[in-house]
Design a binder for this molecule. Structure first.
Ligand SMILES: Cc1cc2nc3c(=O)[nH]c(=O)nc-3n(C[C@H](O)[C@H](O)[C@H](O)COP(=O)(O)OP(=O)(O)OC[C@H]3O[C@@H](n4cnc5c(N)ncnc54)[C@H](O)[C@@H]3O)c2cc1C
Length: 392
């Protein structure tokens, strides 16, 4: 494992850190960060932030220069995410566009599709969503029921998607749908780009336990999608979906920084408990355990980054990283809730802790063991591909 960053990555870090010191706003929802009355206000704030970043070419740094990126390698991309988190800068709003759609179009799209869509992803002039999950197809996406039928030079799409993050603000969506009803499973699926403003697209926000509604249900009723919005070959979209999903996993520098900061919150809260408080002894153990786990998460990240830098294929390790940090996250968050006591559940007001930020974070990170492949599915991958166990 390589424990040091290259000169190039360090130069990149210095330049970015200076830029962020001058331009970065505080993270919304964080202490001292902006508070929004509505999700629309938050969206607009985050879009402006992405535009500012894009203005100085700080969005999609890992994209090739010819498409507006900086051609940054894995190490610099790691540094980018780490520095953004250290500065408590908000993530870009168009993450699906930048991290999933862009790389998928660069690999599988036509040059015309790249010219049409890529530049506007970076500036958030077009916001994208991911129309993969369905009510009956999540972990097993090949069970999807959305149909796309060719009718002349258009596909006609009918079906329902769910858990579509930021769909209510999206201009475009990447969609997987069955184009060959006679082919079961992974075959017969195509990968299309859908105009989210097209007739027949209905987006219904779903209220989450955090109180906000980033998630949506998306209904598609006879939506006409031009044939040239097909990415890759007809009926061969499953392998492109795999490219998209692969970009959801890998190293997690942002999560590492966030949880290091959370550990500091935990340490501070535990230390502030008065002598004789029953939770004090237990929390001492939990703080120590959390400190060890955050350190192990860092080493996992560095080991994986070293492998990526050497051009070695990323196999089931990415499952291990995702499984490890998400479970660590939930354990540290639980300890934070214990340390805050009953006041921890207040969402603002004089008796609340950190204006409810930590409780909201606790609620949000329940999702960590579900998104980007549930933890049960990650365990299956590790069992089969690392431990060589038979399928159950
Ligand atoms: C914060 C967040 C954002 C998301 N954003 C998007 C988005 O923008 N676009 C999108 O398309 N989707 C999105 N999703 C959906 C996400 O990809 C799915 O929730 C996930 O794939 C799981 O699918 P599911 O919810 O249908 O659960 P299911 O697949 O129905 O699973 C239910 C339970 O069964 C378990 N299970 C399933 N199969 C197996 C198995 N083979 N072995 C053992 N256990 C199994 C699961 O682990 C889980 O506990 C998002 C989810 C979250 C939490």
């Amino acid at each position: 494992m390589d424990l040091s960053f290259s000169q190039r990555a360090q130069g990149f870090r210095t330049e970015l850190r200076a830029w962020l010191a001058e331009h970065a706003p505080r993270d919304p929802g964080g202490d001292g960060g902006p508070e929004f009355g509505t999700l629309e206000e938050e969206f607009s704030f985050l879009r402006d932030w992405q535009r500012k970043l894009a203005g100085d070419r700080w969005v999609g740094v890992h994209w090739p220069e010819r498409y507006g990126g900086r051609g940054a390698g894995p190490e610099e991309n790691y540094v980018f995410q780490e520095e953004m988190a250290l500065a408590r800068a908000p993530e870009v709003i168009n993450r699906i566009g930048v991290n999933l759609v862009g790389p998928s179009l660069m690999r599988h799209g036509t040059e015309e599709q790249r010219q049409r869509w890529l530049a506007r992803i970076l500036t958030a002039d077009d916001v994208w969503c991911q129309l993969f999950s369905e009510p009956g197809a999540g972990s097993d996406l090949t069970a999807l029921r959305t149909r796309a039928t060719l009718d002349g030079d258009h596909f006609v799409v009918t079906g329902q998607k769910v858990w579509t993050s930021w769909a209510q603000f999206a201009d475009w969506g990447i969609l997987i749908a069955r184009t060959d009803p006679d082919e079961p499973g992974a075959r017969g699926i195509s990968y299309l780009v859908v105009d989210m403003h097209a007739p027949g697209v209905t987006v219904r926000p779903l209220r989450q336990m955090t109180g906000t509604s980033e998630f949506n249900e998306v209904f598609l009723e006879d939506v006409r999608v031009p044939r040239d919005h097909l990415v890759g070959e007809l009926h061969r979209g499953w392998s492109i979906a795999q490219t998209t999903l692969a970009h959801e996993r890998g190293t997690s520098p942002r999560q590492l920084v966030i949880h290091r900061m959370l550990l500091e919150d935990l340490r501070r809260l535990a230390a502030a408990l008065p002598e004789g408080e029953p939770a004090r002894d237990e929390l001492r153990q939990r703080v120590a355990q959390a400190a060890i786990e955050v350190e192990v998460a860092k080493l996992n990240n560095w080991r994986t980054l070293t492998r990526i830098e050497r051009g070695e294929p990323l196999g089931p390790e990415s499952s291990f990283i995702k499984l490890y940090w998400s479970e660590m996250s939930q354990r540290i968050h639980d300890a934070v809730m214990l340390a805050m006591g009953p006041a921890g559940i207040l969402d603002g007001g004089p008796r609340s802790v950190a204006r409810g930020r930590l409780a909201r974070s606790w609620l949000y990170y329940r999702a960590a063991s579900i998104f980007a492949g549930t933890n049960e599915v990650q365990r299956n991958i590790i069992a089969q591909r690392v431990l060589g166990l038979p399928r159950g």
